[in-house]
Design a protein around this ligand. Structure first.
Ligand code: UFG
Length: 344
């Protein structure tokens, strides 16, 4: 049987496709390549170019492959963008998840793993590691759009022969330790990506958003999780569902946080490079500290992280950034050669 990975040309989806193939699974990728890259899809995966909301295409994908599980990564993820274009986010993240779930159920496929987010929690009354049972109060349309999708999946699982696991990601970072894929998004806003770009002189420095938080050094604290551990949690979720596990929503993080300053110091130490750090005001909407309590995933999914080390996260992110730079140089060289040989 095969696994359908939507968004398999993107950051987390491409890691998932590789991990599934490593585990001996057959993989089908569906991606419209709006932010992902065709080259990021492993050659052994069957690729369909298109939108997860295209019901005709979904019917075709399900008819042409023996799929027993859907892993749904396709979606929009930039918080400020979601504030500026809320309806786009509700369309892409909520409406299209509804269509995909409908097509999945219609095709008789019983297993669904969904990419959710810590953004469903919003601000919590204290900074203790957050449990799945904490109040759900997203602060932006991105978090709302994912929460609404969780609710639809929960209701669908009650009504149909269909079970799902929604994993609420904390701060995903790092890249495949084998160097096969990584975060390639142009204009990414994530701290570790920005810091490794600065270390490799791809940008002028890093702005720290807020130095007056009630944290030990005044900067924001996040629970950074290595992307390989995250996709491992999805593999565990897949076997949990195949074993007959009930619908489940679980946090994915390590349960400990690092401040912005600690992250920047780690990037400087690991890269051996220093870069400009500018101390600025808080970014609107940011919480002081967001750390997971992930005991549920560890217990029910039998998930044991193997890369719980900020240095490893940074090392793999740096290695991938260097690879992207070499890639860009290669592309430019090829373009120059083509221009030189082109007949005008
Ligand atoms: N930060 C900086 N400077 C930067 C970028 C980030 O100081 O240039 C700080 C932020 O203020 C925050 C921390 O670094 O304290 C992490 O910021 P990111 O933008 O990397 O990540 P967020 O925690 O804001 O957001 C992440 C995901 C979202 C998800 C959210 C859930 O990117 O998709 O976690 O909590 F919604």
């Amino acid at each position: 049987m095969a696994v359908l990975v939507t968004g398999g040309a993107g950051y987390i989806g491409s890691h998932m496709a590789w991990a599934l193939l490593d585990a001996g699974e057959e993989v089908v990728v569906l991606d419209r390549l709006s932010t992902g890259f065709r080259w990021a899809v492993p050659p052994a995966a069957r690729f369909y170019l298109g939108d997860v909301g295209n019901m005709d295409l979904l019917a075709q994908v399900f008819a042409e492959n023996r799929i027993d599980a859907v892993m749904h990564f396709a979606g929009s993820i930039v918080v400020p963008q979601s504030v500026a274009h809320p309806l786009e986010y509700y369309d892409n993240n909520t409406s299209k998840t509804r269509l995909l779930a409908e097509a999945t159920i219609a095709a008789g496929i019983k297993h669904f793993v969904f990419s959710s987010t810590a953004a469903v929690y919003g601000d919590q009354p204290d900074d203790a590691p957050v449990l799945e049972s904490a109040p759900l109060q997203p602060k932006n349309p991105y978090g709302q759009s994912k929460l609404m999708a969780e609710i639809m999946l929960r209701d669908a699982a009650s009504a149909h022969d269909f079970r799902f696991v929604a994993l609420r990601y904390f701060n995903v970072a790092g890249a495949d330790p084998q160097g096969r894929t990584g975060l390639s998004t142009v204009g990414a806003t994530h701290l570790i990506k920005i810091a490794v770009e600065a270390a490799l002189a791809q940008r002028s420095g890093v702005d720290i958003f807020g130095t007056d938080y009630p944290t030990p050094d005044g900067t924001g604290i996040r629970d950074y999780i290595h992307v390989s551990d995250l996709v491992e949690a999805h593999l565990r979720a897949l076997s949990y569902l195949r074993r007959g596990g009930e619908a489940l929503i679980a946090n994915c993080g390590y349960g400990r946080g690092y401040s912005v300053l600690e992250v920047l110091q780690t990037v400087m130490r690991v890269s051996g490079e220093s870069f400009d750090v500018r101390y600025g005001p808080r970014r609107p909407g940011d919480a002081a500290s967001v750390v997971a309590n992930a005991t549920l995933a560890r217990r029910l999914l039998d998930w044991t992280p193997r890369h719980d080390d900020l240095e490893v996260i940074v090392q793999t992110a740096l290695a991938w950034e260097r690879h992207l730079m070499e890639r860009k140089i290669g592309d430019l060289r090829e373009l120059r050669q083509r221009l030189a040989t082109a007949a005008f």
